[in-house]
Design a protein around this ligand. Structure first.
Ligand code: ZN
Length: 279
């Protein structure tokens, strides 16, 4: 099936993750994003350290930006029971933080522990989400399961495909739990188009993250590229999520030691250009 995408010649759906411009404080990021015409911000929890979260939430609103998500909760899996309990505590705090910030959802990095089988981690992830979801539902905060590229299956995520995330959502059976589709993690999957359609049918595409896969990659965590700089068919995947009914923010999430050393205003200009041209 052929799909059409409309060009992104305006930035009304552009969201930037605070970690993308890591050298900036959250206050500077808010100010500079708004000035550049960015309309949404996904706030990473480390950016909130030492601050009143409700004040940051107000600053975002006053700047004319929308909070898209709080990033991140999760890391439910551990071979140690005390660790799992600590993770749940932390996730319950994340729910409170999201509510205080005015974030409608939390992105969940599921977690994994190399000391145990992936199946065990998956069971713990699902149990953790179910427990966290009780508080999240009450607080009016949605939970987005983000499947991660299999290269992170040892320590970051035992959920590596959108199919696994869809299956998990269906088993959990709550309208409050959905998925985050991140092109960096999922672009290689031959079942991606079908699974995106399935997420859409379930009304559970809560987030769409973009960047690019540089080839060769210099670092498996901190070398994400700007859209158009690598081999991910970003606009094709965008068409798939939109065809599945998603019309929310398109979130630029780039961790890059290379771009973090650059003048961040110049980098933000490049993000806008890449967004309009290659997304
Ligand atoms: Zn992501």
């Amino acid at each position: 099936m052929s799909v059409q995408t409309t060009p992104l010649n305006d930035t009304s759906r552009l969201c930037v993750h605070s970690i993308t411009t890591k050298p900036w404080s959250i206050e500077i990021a808010i100010e500079q994003y708004a000035k550049a015409g960015v309309h949404g911000i996904t706030v990473w929890r480390d950016a909130l350290e030492g601050r009143s979260i409700s004040v940051v939430g107000r600053q975002i609103k006053e700047a004319g930006l929308q909070v898209v998500s709080l990033c991140r909760g999760g890391f439910f899996a551990s071979a140690e029971k005390t660790q799992r309990a600590a993770a749940l505590e932390d996730n319950l705090r994340a729910v409170e933080e999201a509510a205080e910030l005015g974030a409608p959802s939390i992105v969940l990095v599921p977690g994994a522990d190399p000391r145990q089988p992936l199946e065990d981690s998956r069971t713990q992830i699902e149990e953790g989400i179910v427990k966290m979801n009780e508080a999240a539902e009450t607080a009016g905060v949605k939970l987005s399961i983000e499947p991660l590229h299999p290269m992170y299956a040892d320590t970051r995520s035992a959920v590596n495909t959108l199919k696994q995330a869809n299956d998990m959502c269906e088993r959990i059976g709550s309208a409050n739990v959905g998925v985050a589709v991140d092109v960096y993690h999922l672009w290689w999957d031959p079942e991606l188009q079908r699974e995106i359609a399935r997420s859409g049918e379930g009304g559970r595409i809560f987030a769409f993250h973009v960047c690019d896969w540089r080839s060769p990659t210099r670092d498996l965590l901190h070398d994400r590229g700007l859209m158009g700089e690598g081999c991910i068919p970003v606009s094709k995947i965008r068409a798939w999520v939109e065809q599945a009914g998603f019309n929310g923010f398109i979130e630029v999430e780039i961790f890059s030691t290379y771009y973090w050393t650059m003048d961040q205003n110049r980098f933000l200009d490049m993000i806008l250009e890449a967004y309009k041209t290659h997304t």
